[in-house]
Design a binder for this molecule. Structure first.
Ligand SMILES: [Zn+2]
Ligand SMILES: [Zn+2]
Length: 231
C-alpha cells in the first residue's frame, strides 16, 4: 500500500464504524502485543479459535470497514494491509499494526487494559481460577503475555517459583515439567507509552498459586511483600 494515513484519519475512521465486540477484542489483543507484532495463529489462540480463518475474516472485514470510512477507492487485495504491515519470518507471517493506526487506538482509548478473563491465555486465566471474582474484568499486564520476553526470563531464572521456590515438576512430575507462570513486576499503569521490557528486571517466574496471590491486590503485590507473607 503506497498511501499512508495519519493517526487523526484513522481515529476518525474508527469513530465512524462500529466494530463488533470480537473485532474490538482482536484490536485490543493485537495492541497489547509487544511491538504490536502478532501472528494470525497467536491471535486465533488468544481469541480461543481453533484456527486463523475466523481471525482473517473478522479482522479483514474490520479493515475493509475502516478502508471505506477512510474513503479508499481502490482497496488493496488484502484489506488488512490498510491497518497492518505484513512481515514474513521463520514462524510464518507476522502482522504488525501500523504505527499511525495504533496511535489512533490509543487516542480513542480503545486500548483498554481491562481484558475479559475469558480471552486470556492460560497464563492469567488459570491463575484466576484460584482467585475470587474470576468473572470480573481484571487488570492484566499485557506484557506478561509476550512470549519472547517470557522465554528469556525463564532462561535466566529457571523453572522454580521466585516466591515459594516450587518447581511444578516436583509436585506433578512429568506433566508439571517446564510449566510456570511469568509475572510482570511493574504495574501496567506505569508502563504506558513506549515500553521497553527487560525480561530479567521486569519479569519473574512464579507458580500459579503465588501468581494468583500477587494479583489479589491491585496493583499486584511485590514479590518481596508476598515472600514475607509466606508462613
Ligand atoms: Zn510459588
Ligand atoms: Zn502477574
Amino acid at each position: 500500500m503506497g498511501i499512508s494515513y495519519t493517526a487523526e484519519q484513522f481515529s476518525r475512521a474508527l469513530r465512524a464504524i462500529t466494530p463488533s465486540s470480537h473485532q474490538l477484542k482482536i484490536l485490543r489483543i493485537h495492541y497489547s502485543y509487544v511491538e504490536k507484532d502478532i501472528t494470525a495463529t497467536q491471535l486465533a489462540r488468544e481469541m480461543g479459535y481453533s484456527n486463523y480463518v475466523t481471525i482473517n475474516n473478522l479482522y479483514g472485514r474490520l479493515a475493509r470497514a475502516i478502508g471505506e470510512a477512510l474513503g479508499i477507492k481502490k482497496m488493496p487485495e488484502i484489506r488488512l494491509k490498510i491497518i497492518v504491515e505484513f512481515e514474513k519470518r521463520n514462524d510464518g507471517w507476522h502482522w504488525i499494526m501500523r504505527p499511525q493506526f495504533s496511535k489512533a487506538i490509543k487516542k480513542l482509548g480503545w486500548e483498554d487494559k481491562y481484558i475479559d478473563a475469558s480471552i486470556l491465555p492460560n497464563e492469567i486465566s488459570e491463575s484466576l481460577e484460584y482467585a475470587e471474582g474470576a468473572r470480573k474484568k481484571i487488570y492484566v499486564n499485557a506484557y506478561e503475555r509476550d512470549r519472547k520476553a517470557r522465554d528469556e526470563c525463564i532462561r535466566h531464572y529457571g523453572w522454580a517459583c521466585s516466591i515459594c521456590g516450587l518447581k511444578m515438576e516436583s509436585v506433578y512430575g512429568e506433566i508439571g515439567k517446564e510449566f510456570i507462570h511469568v509475572h510482570h513486576i511493574r504495574p501496567l499503569s506505569s508502563t504506558s507509552g513506549k515500553r521497553t521490557i527487560n525480561p530479567i528486571k521486569d519479569l519473574r517466574p512464579v507458580c500459579p498459586n503465588c501468581h494468583a496471590m500477587l494479583h489479589r491486590k491491585d496493583p499486584p503485590m511485590s514479590i518481596e511483600a508476598l515472600k514475607k507473607e509466606l508462613i
